[in-house]
Design a protein around this ligand. Structure first.
Ligand SMILES: Cc1cc2nc3c(=O)[nH]c(=O)nc-3n(C[C@H](O)[C@H](O)[C@H](O)COP(=O)(O)OP(=O)(O)OC[C@H]3O[C@@H](n4cnc5c(N)ncnc54)[C@H](O)[C@@H]3O)c2cc1C
Length: 419
């Protein structure tokens, strides 16, 4: 049977991980799905090929125990991963590089305190954790300065957040617990997630239109209209807005949803390096929020005999200062200027679009179903109560896809009965 209108369809604005997860989920649940993206699919999860190297947009790792991994499994997207090179890892403390567990870094008392703190974190929750800052929670553990600095560094690495005053403690604790299960680097880069989700969506019948920016949504429940920048009006029973940011989403919705409690964006300055050797070791800053990790060798991210290294400062400051600091950090970690085959600097990447405010926690983020607008849904790293970073994008995307598919079912049933 051919339907005469597209009114029973789900339109999805944005084909990043959130939009693609929504599209694959809704299409597999039987909905007719159209995805629109202002660029090509992938958003911040794209991988760029340069001179034989595959660069993610800054360092990306999949959380093995994360909500996103479970969504990917349910959709049948299981790309190959390799482990970060933990053996030989070093930390930069007071200008020197040392193994993280060396006496110079930790000492017996700090090591014992950290072990006790981790045991507590793994066993007990804190009911007040959304209401206090990570700084307040760290202070409540009563650690020596060195043990506190080490725990703060681990929180930073597992959450990508450097501002302990702005981050609610539930986020930090949740990320620490989840990171127990480890992380994986994707052998082909994060593009494998984009390609896998897009394949699942199109196999189930979803249509994708790239280079089609959405300019707004109007209409009423049951009869929404999605307006493109080119002036086309596309009818839809359900719409998922997954355009990346809460600010951009708010602009597209027909009425202000009145969200509050969304904090600042979380940023990073990133230096991606293609290196002519494979000697680089994982190196983290303790006194400074610095990260350096060889994502290749391992996987297919660099030509044979070469390495691909992501260097990052948690929290971008100014482009010139950050770039100079990342270059000297790479040099200290053993990468001389002459070793670099190709590179790119990304001065200010948005790692997460909105840190939930202290007092609100993850559970206080805007819900996926837009209040008082049946059939309108949102998805992204700032939406829904579950997960952080891509885990939140994928979890909210899946939920939005399921709800959108459910919203179109009565319309599909009615059109089948009429036919
Ligand atoms: C440096 C860095 C490191 C990271 N590391 C990790 C990590 O280790 N682990 C992890 O889990 N996550 C990590 N992340 C986060 C992860 O990349 C993001 O959470 C995820 O990719 C966001 O997906 P999204 O679909 O929510 O948003 P986006 O990727 O921003 O996608 C939004 C999409 O909407 C499109 N769009 C925008 N406006 C419109 C419009 N008006 N009309 C149509 N389309 C529109 C855009 O083109 C884009 O394709 C990292 C991010 C960065 C920047």
């Amino acid at each position: 049977m051919t339907r005469e209108t597209n009114a029973d369809q789900v339109v999805i604005a944005g084909a990043g991980l959130a939009g693609l997860a929504a599209a694959a989920t809704a299409a597999r649940a039987g909905a007719r799905v159209l995805i629109l993206d202002e660029k090509s699919p992938g958003g911040r999860a794209r991988t760029d090929e340069m001179d034989g190297f595959r660069f993610n947009r800054g360092p990306h790792a999949v959380y093995v125990g994360g909500a996103g991994r479970r969504v990917l499994n349910r959709l049948g997207v299981r790309p190959a991963t390799h482990l970060p090179p933990l053996r030989g890892a070093r930390v930069l403390v007071g200008g020197g590089l040392y193994p993280p567990l060396s006496r110079r870094v930790l000492g017996a008392r700090a090591a014992a305190q950290l072990t006790a703190a981790f045991t507590r974190i793994s066993r007990t929750g804190r009911a007040d954790s959304p209401r206090i800052s990570t700084r307040g929670w760290l202070a409540s553990l009563d650690l020596t300065p060195r043990a506190a600095a080490m725990l703060e560094f681990i929180v930073r690495v597992t959450s990508y957040v450097a501002d302990m005053d702005a981050m609610p403690a539930d986020l930090a604790i949740g990320q620490l617990r989840m990171a127990w299960r480890g992380v994986g680097y994707l052998d082909q880069g994060w593009q494998a997630l984009v390609d896998g989700l897009q394949a699942r969506a199109t196999e189930a019948g979803a249509q994708l239109r790239a280079h089609t920016p959405v300019a707004g949504i109007s209409g009423e429940p049951g009869a929404w209209r999605v307006r493109t920048l080119a002036g086309e009006e596309i009818p839809a029973t359900a719409v998922v807005v997954a355009t990346g940011t809460p600010t951009g989403t708010r602009r597209l919705l027909p009425a202000d949803p009145g969200w509050d409690g969304l904090g600042p964006e979380v940023t990073a300055a990133c230096l991606d390096l293609g290196v002519r050797h494979i000697r680089t070791r994982l190196t983290f800053g303790i006194d400074e929020p610095l990260y350096l990790s060889p994502h290749a060798p391992g996987g297919k991210l660099a030509p044979a005999g070469m390495g691909m290294v992501h260097v990052m400062r948690y929290g971008a400051t100014s482009a010139g200062v950050d770039r100079a600091r990342l270059e000297t950090f790479a040099a200290a970690a053993g990468i001389a200027a002459g070793d670099v085959a190709t590179s790119r600097f990304l001065p200010k990447m948005t790692v997460a679009t909105a840190l939930p405010a202290v007092g609100m926690g993850l559970a206080g983020r805007p819900s996926v179903a837009v209040e008082e607008a049946p059939g309108l849904f949102v998805a992204g790293d700032w939406a829904g109560p579950t997960g952080w970073l891509s885990d939140a994008s994928l979890a909210s995307g899946e939920q939005a896809g399921l709800l959108a598919a459910r919203a179109v079912q009565p319309v599909v049933r009615a059109s089948l009965t009429a036919a």
